[in-house]
Design a protein around this ligand. Structure first.
Ligand SMILES: [Zn+2]
Length: 228
């Protein structure tokens, strides 16, 4: 089993450095209630395709953060604060092992209504920027949590509360495939299969949901319609 490193930018005085650690797969597997080999595979795939995402813990879509400094907790020799490095003893059993990070950039020059609603800047934790060839883009953070019973039941992927500035994430809808409280509805009955990893769910289901949802928010009412 190959060790996987994660990193996080930390400010030391007026310098930004990167703190690095080896993901404690055993601790994450124990908390998630999944075999260590499965968690190792989940971690390895995320490292390859979403290398900046952090393995952390969340209650629903809310990250459970360090009690001392409110920074993100990571699996570094147990569950530990990424900033102050205190071992965390406060995460309740309901805090699920979860991935947190941003999706690849989505160009919004072709989405004028969405762009207009971002005229005062991106929602908290979201990032706007400009890149040659892509134009103005948006980085949208998501939380992908392993539910109790995974992998019999699928990974839960959620938008943060702040995304509701752009699209109606709090509603339950068949039109835009939301389960409410930010949770994406990603699988029709029978579509989930237990070998599917969080990386695959994010790439094959989560990212398309984001693109469709932004198109819906831009006025395309049939953004989620199946093309047959
Ligand atoms: Zn801390």
């Amino acid at each position: 089993m190959n060790a996987v490193e994660q990193q996080f930018p930390c400010r030391v005085g007026d310098r930004v450095t990167h703190r690095r650690w080896t993901v404690d797969v055993r601790a994450a597997a124990r908390r998630a209630g999944m075999p260590e080999a499965r968690m190792a595979d989940e971690v390895a795939q995320m490292a390859q395709y979403f290398p900046r995402w952090l393995l952390t813990v969340a209650v629903g879509r809310e990250l459970h953060r360090c009690r001392t400094c409110q920074a993100v907790l990571v699996f570094d020799d147990g569950l530990r604060c990424v900033e102050c490095q205190h071992a965390d003893k406060t995460a309740p059993p309901a805090a699920r092992v979860a991935w947190f990070g941003v999706m690849p950039p989505v160009g919004i020059d072709g989405l004028p209504q969405v762009k207009a609603s971002l005229s005062r800047g991106a929602p908290a934790h979201h990032v706007m920027g400009t890149r040659e060839g892509l134009g103005v883009f948006l980085l949208v953070p998501l939380v992908a949590a392993y539910p109790p019973g995974f992998p019999a039941t699928p990974v839960d992927v959620s938008y943060l509360r702040e995304f509701s500035q752009l699209a109606p994430t709090e509603q339950v809808s068949h039109t835009f495939h939301m389960l409410g409280q930010g949770r994406m509805c990603l699988f029709a009955p029978g579509e989930w299969y237990p070998a599917m990893t969080a990386r695959e769910v994010l790439q094959q289901r989560g990212y398309p949901h984001l693109i469709k949802f932004l198109n819906y928010a831009n006025g395309k009412r049939d953004a989620f319609a199946k093309v047959s």
